[in-house]
Design a protein around this ligand. Structure first.
Ligand code: PLP
Length: 380
């Protein structure tokens, strides 16, 4: 039996899906949140060589070695005993808190267990065989993999010389664009796209398209969030996750922030209660004073120290405003990844557009000391 409503089936037919793609989508919708697409973790696994030794330095998946803040950890621990219930109220309170902080109405926030899920759903909802995904290159691949899966065209637009999204080129890249993906700061480069550029894109995008602003790493930077564009009723969806600065990648919390009619388009793709640990951890993190500023400062300190070391030793890299950066390996960067792994330092993957660069996550000061030592050895 098809899990689709008549309305959904008609919508798919209108969007140019053929019978095969149509039944594939129907199967995915039945599967709900376990959509078979890539996440940062899965993508990072691809560049790993076997199980990691216990003393490994793991700076390959943009995780936060600090984990959740103390307040969030305690709140999660305390809620576990009540976990026999669905506890929807915790999810509602988390969404309400986020909405208040972002200056949007409560029904403009849809909570999720992380942001991979709404990212994939947005691709399913707004792209199709006749509506493309437009994204920066190099950019975070998860959305393009979801687009490939449903045979939507992916249009990759190189970053500018200053490594920001080339919004002018993106706006005209494909007149039939369904979704334009901006990751700010960008993964993998950690570089920023100016708010005024995002505003320009929103004002000049192809008719009927939606701009998806992925702010997974925004807390590490001074960038201005795009939630005011959502509040102003624009065709914009903002994604947030607690997997990065908040250190909750394994605990799972995130959100899509958008106009209710846009959120309604991603709602049908899956259902179910969200993990109360993630929800209460997210809410507590949002309410913990000084958390973002403190961790941002800590990350910047280690990042600046790492960049000073790279400069001193004449390594080339792209300066970043996030918890990751691209290092020029001066050779196919996959070789560097392997050599560093031999030193038990696991660095991130390589993007086809920049074959000589590898992405490095900014870990703790101690981890980055080990990174420096290993880098000097293998680059000698
Ligand atoms: N968006 C970007 C740019 C990411 O780098 C990631 C993960 O690394 C995600 C979204 C999804 O993360 P999660 O599903 O853990 O929230």
């Amino acid at each position: 039996m098809s899990p689709l409503s008549l309305e959904q089936a008609q919508d798919f037919a209108r969007r140019g899906f053929n019978r095969r793609a149509f039944s594939k989508l129907a199967t995915m919708i039945t599967a709900g949140a376990t959509l078979p697409f890539a996440s940062e973790h899965a993508l990072a696994q691809l560049s790993m060589i076997g199980p990691l030794p216990p003393d490994a330095v793991k700076i390959n998946a943009n995780e936060n070695p600090l984990g959740p803040c103390k307040e969030a950890a305690e709140a999660m621990y305390n809620v576990i005993q009540k976990g026999g219930r669905y506890l929807y109220e915790e999810t509602f309170s988390y969404a309400k808190t986020l909405a208040e902080q972002e200056g949007v109405k409560p029904d403009y926030v849809m909570p999720f267990a992380g942001s991979s899920d709404p990212l994939h759903r947005a691709v399913l909802a707004f792209t199709s065989p006749t509506a493309s995904l437009v994204m920066g290159d190099p950019g975070y691949e998860a959305g393009s993999r979801a687009a490939d899966f449903i045979k939507a065209k992916v249009v990759k637009v190189p970053l500018t010389k200053t490594y920001s999204h080339d919004v002018k080129a993106m706006a005209t890249a494909d007149a039939t664009a369904g979704l334009i993906y901006i990751c700010n700061p960008n993964n993998p480069t950690g570089t920023l796209t100016k708010k005024s550029d995002i505003e320009w894109l929103v004002a000049n995008k192809p008719k009927g398209s939606v701009v998806l602003v992925d702010e997974a790493y925004i807390h590490f930077s001074d960038a201005q969030a795009a939630s005011d564009l959502v509040a102003a009723g624009k065709d914009v969806i903002v994604l947030r996750t607690f997997s990065k600065l908040y250190g909750m990648a394994g605990l799972r919390a995130g959100a899509a922030i958008a106009r209710p009619d846009l959120l309604a388009k991603i709602r049908p793709y899956g259902a179910g209660a969200l993990p109360v640990t993630g929800m209460i951890g997210a809410m507590t993190s949002l309410k913990t004073k000084g958390l973002v500023e403190g961790r941002r400062k800590m990350n910047k300190q280690v990042r600046d120290d790492t960049f000073a070391f790279l400069d001193k030793n004449k390594f080339q890299f792209v300066a970043s405003d996030s918890n990751c950066f691209m290092l020029d390996a001066k050779r196919p960067a996959g070789e560097l990844v392997k050599l560093m792994a031999k030193e038990k330092v696991f660095i991130g993957r390589v993007w086809p557009a920049w074959p000589n660069h590898a992405r490095i996550t900014v870990g703790t000061a101690e981890e980055m000391q080990k990174f420096q030592k290993a880098l000097l050895k293998v680059m000698a």
